[in-house]
Write a protein that binds this ligand. Structure first.
Ligand SMILES: [Zn+2]
Length: 209
């Protein structure tokens, strides 16, 4: 995904000392420009604000809308954008974050716990907690912007953009390893009377009278 200055300029923090408010950081060794963390965090905040708005609104405000799908058939499908957005917001975070970061994301952003409750629950100090929160915001901001085919940001494209053609992925199975069925155990009652099973040191069993 290519980042341009015209896109990051409006999302950057003007007081940022890393990008000087431009939103793009160009390293000396690499010609490709990378977005500054202030841009990524602002993308996450915009997505999170929309998530909070949808979560707080009354359920009857959610609407089903009819959308047209591109192609020769010209099919139309029903969708519920608000519910889809909430599902995408949480599931993309679950797939992108590590288990430790997702615990912080869940307690602080999804459940709304403040830093004191999170630090007590997760046994963290205040500095490490806020470092983790900044790292989570930057990582999810990039993921929400880059995820395909439907990026969560810009929000206007997610909710009002055109439908995209998605092709299914076919996986090829190169080598199939069959699973051996479990060994059938002979019940003791099936043995003739007077016989018993003795296990030898070489893990073989034999019948002894
Ligand atoms: Zn910056």
């Amino acid at each position: 995904m290519e980042w341009t200055r015209s896109e990051t300029l409006g999302l950057s923090t003007h007081s940022c000392v890393l990008c000087n408010g431009l939103g793009l950081r160009v390293s000396e060794n690499c010609e490709d420009a990378a977005p500054c963390n202030c841009v990524l965090r602002n993308i996450f905040r915009a997505c999170y604000a929309r998530f909070c708005d949808i979560s707080k609104q009354e359920k009857f405000l959610s609407q089903a809308c009819l959308e047209a799908i591109q192609g020769r058939d010209g099919k139309r499908v029903w969708s519920r954008k608000d519910e889809e957005y909430v599902a995408d917001f949480t599931l993309v975070a679950r797939r992108s974050l590590s288990e430790a970061d997702y615990q912080i994301f869940k307690y602080h952003f999804l459940l709304g716990a403040d830093w004191k409750m999170c630090c007590g629950k997760l046994k963290m100090d205040r500095g490490n907690f806020f470092h983790s929160v900044n790292r989570i915001q930057s990582k999810l901001g990039r993921v929400y912007r880059d995820v395909e085919p439907y990026a969560l940001f810009p929000l206007s494209e997610y909710f009002h953009g055109e439908q995209k053609i998605v092709s299914s992925i076919r996986y090829t199975i190169e080598k199939v390893v069959p699973i051996r069925p479990p060994m059938r155990k002979v019940p003791p009652a099936a043995l003739p009377s007077g016989l018993r099973i003795v296990a030898s040191n070489s893990a073989r069993t034999k019948l002894a009278a």
